[in-house]
Design a protein around this ligand. Structure first.
Ligand code: SF4
Length: 385
């Protein structure tokens, strides 16, 4: 498998990434990202809910739902804060029972992969793929938001397989972006993700193999997901899956269980992005590039030495902070953001992978896909009188 198969090109300038420069980590220590607005942004996830903003989509009820959706993920993240650990975001999960002393043997890695995928789906994973551990994507060091210190990444490189999972984010909630309400799709994604990766890692440990469950800590998820065949890379800097478009959250399990790996997939996303720019036009702060993939970096939150579409994380996070909630306008307007239970959505996706993609894009706009649904209309639908 070449990097081009996975949708990017590595140049001689390439350097592995330190988590310290992730824009969220920078929002704790770098004055170019940290501000009174960013501090207030984080407080909205924890404090009294009726004071932040009085607008449709930002009421106490909207924040109540968003913050409740994060609750399970928060419990895992916060339970070891007194040990300077935030598991799932700064550190891999440790809430696991010991590895069983006896091993269950598989006839082949393919058999093991097939079983692991069935189990992952049984635990609720919406998508699952396997790739080799590629050390280029491991963080060179982790960063603690609590103590403001960088420290070694402790994922052992002899855990040679990575199982990558994806949790779908709720389509109807994402249609209400920008709103605090839509942030419930993000929180639910992480809470489900924590359940899936912790359970899957424990299952593998119960079989007698080492396994570490991880979310945003430890490694860059998107290149691993591309290598594991979960989707294609896109202009908005996200993974595009066939099943849910860009609406996924990614998790990973590192293991020494020998597994057969998957291959990158292509279904026309790159070609589609080359002729479209809807996400770049819709971004309120111009954080998404409108040109060709390049090695240019907006700032140190971008990877060095990778030719691809890169997003300006500083501008993006600045908008989140100003909004008092995460934004996903680019996700909402993206033409592959559809409910693929519907036959016409599947037909549109097929068209998007052909030379008629321009027609699909035109029709998509004419029919108003990607338009915002008012949060109060979402509430009226889920809580009918
Ligand atoms: S999340 Fe919002 S601010 Fe960030 S790139 Fe997408 S549209 Fe722009």
């Amino acid at each position: 498998m070449s990097d081009r198969d996975a949708g990017y090109e590595i140049t001689d300038e390439f350097e592995p990434f330190s988590q310290k420069y992730d824009v969220f980590r920078r929002s704790f220590w770098d004055e170019r990202v940290r501000s009174p607005k960013s501090e207030r942004f984080y407080r909205t996830y924890r404090e009294t809910l009726d004071q932040w903003r009085r607008a449709d989509g930002f009421t106490q009820r909207d924040y109540a739902l968003r913050n409740a959706s994060w609750h399970v993920s928060d419990l895992f993240t916060e339970y070891k804060e007194d040990e300077d650990r935030r598991e799932g975001f700064n550190d891999a999960f440790t809430l696991q029972r010991d590895v069983a002393p006896e091993r269950v043997e598989f006839d082949t890695p393919a058999e093991a992969s097939s079983e692991i995928k069935r189990v992952a789906r049984g635990f609720g994973a919406d998508l699952v793929g396997v790739t080799e551990l590629d050390p280029r994507w491991l963080y060179t060091e982790k960063f603690s938001d609590l103590s403001g210190t960088a420290r070694p990444n402790d994922i052992p490189e002899d855990l040679g397989s990575v199982i990558v999972t994806a949790q779908a984010m709720d389509y109807e909630l994402i249609r209400t972006v920008p709103s605090a309400l839509s942030g419930a799709a993000t929180g639910l994604g992480y809470s489900h993700d924590a359940l899936v990766v912790l359970s899957l890692a424990q299952y593998i440990r119960n079989l007698g193999y080492r396994a570490i469950a991880s979310m945003n800590d430890s490694a860059l998820a998107i290149p691993l997901a591309l290598q594991a065949g979960l989707g294609e890379y896109s202009r908005l800097g996200l993974l595009i899956t066939k099943e849910f478009g860009p609406r996924v959250r990614l998790g990973k399990v590192f293991t020494d269980l020998p597994l057969a790996t998957d291959r990158p997939i292509r279904f026309g996303v790159k070609e589609f992005c080359e002729g479209c720019g809807r996400c770049a036009e819709a971004c309120p702060v111009g954080a998404i590039p409108s040109g060709e993939p390049s090695t240019e970096r907006y700032n140190e939150s971008n990877l060095k030495g990778v030719r691809k579409w890169s997003v300006d994380g500083e501008a993006c996070f600045g908008y989140w902070a100003a909004q008092n909630s995460d934004c996903a306008i680019c996700m909402r307007v993206w033409p592959y953001n559809k409910d693929y239970e519907k036959w016409w959505a599947r037909a549109g996706r097929r068209l998007a992978g052909t030379r008629l993609r321009g027609f699909m894009l035109w029709l998509d706009g004419k029919l108003g896909f990607g338009d915002r649904v008012r949060p109060r209309d979402w509430w009226a639908r889920v809580t009918p009188s």
